[in-house]
Write a protein that binds this ligand. Structure first.
Ligand code: ADP
Ligand code: MG
Length: 292
């Protein structure tokens, strides 16, 4: 490997905020065949907004939100923050939560006003023994439209749904198209619902969707993609993604992200622009050509 080629590649990247950790990362970028992208915060802005509140079981919207917000205020999940923001400025007196439990990849539970409140996905409801009943169809409708549907249950009974939308980043579709023109397979990896993920992936032109993956299982899913010797890049932003970034041949941290993600990554994309993913591969390929 010529040091000059590496310096040129590293310099080209740095101009665009594409920071390669070392020469090995540049070389790996040249041979990547599959790019796995986290959905939330990578392909999407990661700033979900509440679009729908649907109640069931005789709950009034403001009463239900009061309980749900009491739980979500204790959570650090971006969906929880969106729910709290949505309810801000409403006149209802706030409630406080006891016995808060965060269930990664599922949601959260707590006791509010002496009632057990669960807020999360279908998997959480299964754990809680909650039957969705008529809400199941509404949930499917939301998911088919690309919304993330958060389910709320009170004392084991379904009480409502909160629909959230997280808009794709402006350049996500173009980035996917460019990866395709480089002959690279694109994969969306997410803990979110399958129908929601497929809707968004369809809009972006993503080849493969791996959905409903628990945070602890993401690295194993990357390993599966590597089985036939394919070089895999994983692009992610969050703490949840660090093991998957480490497992990938080329860990790619998008944006300022978390310190953990940046430490684990071979490339950091400072501008949080998905278009910098194909750019990184381009630079890698150019560098390798010069090294030969
Ligand atoms: P991602 O891969 O998008 O980062 P996570 O693994 O963090 O997803 O979460 C997966 C799913 O679990 C979310 O889409 C949501 O349905 C549910 N979930 C997790 N935490 C919460 C929460 N605090 N409130 C509501 N739903 C949650
Ligand atoms: Mg995440």
């Amino acid at each position: 490997a010529t040091p000059t080629a590496i310096m040129v590649g590293t310099g080209l990247g740095a101009e665009r905020g594409v920071l390669f950790k070392d020469a090995a990362a540049l070389e790996t970028a040249a041979s990547v065949r599959t790019v796995v992208m986290d959905k939330t915060g990578t392909l999407t802005r990661g700033e979900p907004e509440v679009t729908d509140v649907i109640t069931a079981g005789g709950w009034r919207e403001d009463e239900l939100l009061r309980l749900v917000v009491a739980v979500e205020r204790e959570s650090e999940h971006p969906l929880a923050a969106a729910v709290v923001r949505h309810a801000q400025g409403r006149p209802t007196a706030p409630a406080s939560a006891r016995e808060f439990v965060n269930v990664p990849g599922h949601g959260a539970t707590a006791v509010v006003d002496g009632r057990r409140v669960a807020v999360g996905n279908r998997r959480l409801m299964e754990r809680e023994g909650v039957e969705l009943g008529p809400l199941a169809a509404r949930r499917d409708e939301l998911a088919a439209g690309g919304r993330t549907a958060v389910i709320a249950a009170v004392d084991g009974a379904p009480a409502g749904l909160i629909g959230l939308a997280d808009a794709p980043r402006e350049t996500s579709a173009r980035a996917v198209a460019e990866l395709r023109s480089l002959g690279v397979e694109t994969v969306m990896l997410t803990g979110d619902n399958r129908a929601t993920a497929e809707h968004i992936a369809g809009r972006l032109g993503i080849d493969t969707v791996i959905a409903e993956v628990l945070p602890g299982d993401k690295a194993a899913r990357i390993a599966e993609l590597q089985r036939d010797g394919r070089r895999v890049a994983m692009v992610g932003d969050g703490v949840n993604d660090a093991p998957a970034l480490a497992q990938a041949d080329l860990g790619t941290a998008i944006g300022a992200g978390t310190d953990v993600a940046i430490e684990t990554a071979g490339v950091v994309l400072m501008r949080s622009d998905p278009l910098d993913v194909p750019t990184a591969l381009h630079i890698g390929r150019g560098t390798l050509r010069k090294m030969r």
